[in-house]
Every structure is written in structure tokens, then in C-alpha cells.
Design a protein around this ligand. Structure first.
Ligand SMILES: Cc1ncc(COP(=O)(O)O)c(C=O)c1O
Length: 403
């Protein structure tokens, strides 16, 4: 038997819990064994005492667990915890971040619809909006997300969906969420925001007017490089559209990965706030370095949208982009000389990770597309982890000396 603890209230006082407390207690359901750590319901199905019980379970959809593609208790705990933290009516977990992006973009669209998206997107997200969706008779318009005039022009016509990422991967462009949501809503569009780089800790797009938020939970939500996952947060109206899409196409998270992500959430605020403070220090060091042409970090006053980022993010985040003097050869030389920072295309990890976007995450873009979003051969993306920043700075310093 599962006893649901109403996650909005602490057990003793019935006081509503604050956000950080929701990350620890939110959504918890205990089995009859009263375990401290959430149980892993690693099961595909559920049994019934009588055939009539199965019939009743299917008739009363969502009243009990019937099949783990539809719902599973461990996955429900993760979804509920995410929904409470984001203050969202619904959360739907998926097997990866891309499964979340694909479902959130595709589920509401029909042939003849029109979508507007920012151009500076993660490579696979760009593939979905630019290459995949148009195959089904949907028009996609790409804009420079930092230019409100371009949004205004593109949203002067009726539009079904707006998709954007802020800060963007990897060049950390910051988009005015409030302003774009206003324009989008006037055009009849729902706004879907990929909030991976900002994290749920530092930016809450639903509070700024967005309708749907998507995450790669693989990143800061797990934050320890253990599993893939994704999540969609939305209101009840969008849930009615996306829920049947997920249920019948099946990009479901595994119960074990849901448990890892539940554990990740418990420490997420601590990790993200420390990583953001660490990144700010590392970015300041990089900005002053003679071998670096340009450092991009939303928390630095030199960032083109620094003032805007301060109005919608509480911290600069854990990602820093910088351009070494030279091209691919120089970028590789620096990366290969690092001793503490690891070469990996993942991000949001407790370990600092570095990647060369034009040959990895954004390799499939054309040269012209990369230039358009500011990804040059010398651009390097650094995801700052939880190490002592003195070690990170010393490591970068000795590597940059090779140039
Ligand atoms: C901004 C952004 N969105 C979506 C994704 C996709 O997430 P996943 O790899 O979990 O599918 C990533 C992955 O790097 C990302 O950086």
C-alpha cells in the first residue's frame, strides 16, 4: 500500500514547504515499509486480484497504476517533485531531454501550422524545428533571439508555437522571456522554453509568462553523470495535448533513472548555486587572460545581455563560453593540456567538463549556420563543476600557457 504524503505540507505543522524543502520531500510516497529513501518500483506492470479490478482500473484512468508506460510510482514521485519545485500544474518525465523537446514541440502541431524559434539552439533542437517539423507541412521561421524586432516581425502573423533556449548552447545568448511571451501570446502562440542552461534553480520561465518548460534532466537535475532523462512542465490545457502523445508514443523514463533523478533533485540547489559562483570566478579569470579573445558569461558586466539576464536569472549559471586566440588547432591544444577539467560534451555535472562545440555538439550545423550564431573554430564551452576554483584556474592557466 502506498501512503501519499501531501507534499505541500510538512507532516507535523501542515505549513507549506519552501522550494528547497520540496526538493527533499516533495512528491514522496512511502510503501508499507516506511523507507527513508524513495522506493524503486522497477516493474513494467501491476497485478489485479480479479479481472473486474483490471476492468475498473482501465475505466478509472489514473486512479491506480496499471502499466509503467502510462504511470509508475517512482516516476510519479520525480514528476511531482519537479512540479512542486517549478510551481507547475503538471510534470511529465521522459527518457531524455530530446524526448521532452520533441513531444512538447510536436504534440500540439498540425499540418499548416507555423512555428517561430530562436536560431541559437542546441544542435538536436535545431534539427527538430528546422529539418524535421517542416517535413509534415509545418512552417518554421528562425530569428535572432536577442533581436526583439525580428520576433515582432515574425510574430506579426498567427503562430502556433514559439520555441527558444535561454541562455543558449553554447554561446550563452540571453533572450527576453517576458517580451517574447507577450508577442507570442498576441500572435496566438504557446511558448516552449528549453531551460537547460539556466536550470530550474536560477530561472523560472513559467513565472515569466512561458507556457511550457522542458529540461534535459541529464544535466543539472542528475548533475552527476549517471543517467539520461527529461521533463516537461506545463498547465492543464497543454497536459491534455501532451499526455496522450507521450502515453501512446512511449518515450518513458525508466523507474531506476527516475529514482536517480529524485536523488539528484535533493542536492540540486546546493550544486547549482555553488557551480554558478564557481563559474563566475572562472569567467572573471578567463576574461582577463591575454590568450583569450572573448569570454561570454551572463554574470559578467561585459556580456551583451548582462542587465537583462539579471532581471530573469538569479545568477549567471554554470556555463562559460570563451574563444581562444586562433582556431581549432589552438582550441584543441588548450583542451588537450588540461589535467583537472575533463573533455566531455555533457554539462551541468559536478565535474568540470569542456567541449569544442563546432566539432561536437554543433558539428552537424553548416559553417554558415555556426557563424550566424557565433560559434567559431576557437570557441570552447566550459561547464564549471564543484572543484575548488583555485584548481580550475590553475589548470586553465597552465593549459593556456601552451599557446
Ligand atoms: C540545451 C539542451 N537541450 C536539450 C538537450 C538534450 O538533452 P538529452 O541529451 O538529455 O537528450 C541538451 C543536451 O545537451 C541541451 O544542451
Amino acid at each position: 500500500m502506498l501512503t501519499k504524503i501531501d507534499a505541500q505540507f510538512s507532516r507535523s505543522s501542515q505549513r507549506p514547504l519552501r522550494r528547497q524543502s520540496q526538493l527533499v520531500h516533495g512528491g514522496t510516497m512511502r510503501s508499507g515499509f516506511n523507507e527513508t529513501s524513495e522506493a524503486i518500483f522497477q516493474t513494467s506492470g501491476f497485478v489485479y486480484v480479479r479481472a473486474e479490478d483490471a476492468e475498473e482500473a482501465f475505466a478509472q484512468d489514473a486512479q491506480r497504476y496499471v502499466y509503467s508506460r502510462f504511470r509508475n510510482p517512482t516516476i510519479s514521485m520525480f514528476e511531482q517533485r519537479m512540479a512542486l519545485y517549478e510551481e507547475s500544474e503538471n510534470a511529465f518525465a521522459t527518457a531524455s531531454g530530446m524526448a521532452a523537446v520533441f513531444a512538447a514541440v510536436m504534440a500540439p502541431l498540425r499540418a499548416g501550422d507555423r512555428i517561430v524559434a530562436s536560431r541559437a539552439l542546441f544542435g538536436s533542437c535545431l534539427y527538430i524545428v528546422k529539418d524535421l517539423v517542416p517535413r509534415y507541412g509545418i512552417e518554421t521561421v528562425l530569428v535572432d533571439g536577442t533581436d526583439l524586432e525580428q520576433w515582432k516581425t515574425a510574430l506579426a502573423q498567427p503562430t502556433k508555437l514559439v520555441f527558444l533556449e535561454t541562455p543558449s548552447n553554447p554561446t550563452l545568448e540571453v533572450i527576453d522571456i517576458r517580451a517574447v511571451c507577450e508577442l507570442a501570446h498576441a500572435a496566438g502562440a504557446r511558448v516552449v522554453i528549453d531551460n537547460v542552461f539556466a536550470t530550474p534553480v536560477l530561472q523560472q520561465p513559467l513565472k515569466l509568462g512561458a507556457d511550457v518548460v522542458v529540461y534535459s534532466a541529464t544535466k543539472h537535475i542528475d548533475g552527476q553523470g549517471r543517467c539520461l532523462g527529461g521533463v516537461i512542465l506545463c498547465d492543464n490545457a497543454f497536459a491534455e495535448i501532451v499526455h496522450p502523445f507521450l502515453r501512446h508514443t512511449g518515450p518513458v523514463l525508466s523507474p531506476f533513472n527516475a529514482w536517480i533523478l529524485l536523488k539528484g533533485l535533493e542536492t540540486m540547489e546546493l550544486r547549482v548555486r555553488t557551480q554558478s559562483a564557481n563559474a563566475e570566478r572562472v569567467a572573471s579569470f578567463l576574461e582577463g587572460h591575454a590568450k583569450i579573445k572573448r569570454t561570454l558569461y551572463p554574470g559578467l558586466p561585459s556580456h551583451p545581455q548582462h542587465a537583462l539576464s539579471a532581471t530573469q536569472m538569479s545568477g549567471g549559471g554554470s556555463l562559460v563560453a570563451f574563444e581562444v586566440d586562433g582556431g581549432k588547432g589552438e582550441a584543441f591544444k588548450v583542451m588537450n593540456a588540461l589535467e583537472v577539467i575533463l573533455i566531455s560534451n555533457n554539462l551541468g555535472d559536478s565535474k568540470s567538463l569542456i567541449t569544442h562545440p563546432s566539432t561536437t555538439t554543433h558539428q552537424r550545423l553548416t559553417e554558415a549556420e555556426r557563424v550566424q550564431v557565433g560559434i567559431n573554430p576557437g570557441t570552447i564551452r566550459l561547464s564549471v563543476g564543484l572543484e575548488d576554483t583555485d584548481d580550475l584556474i590553475e589548470d586553465l592557466d597552465q593549459a593556456l600557457l601552451r599557446l
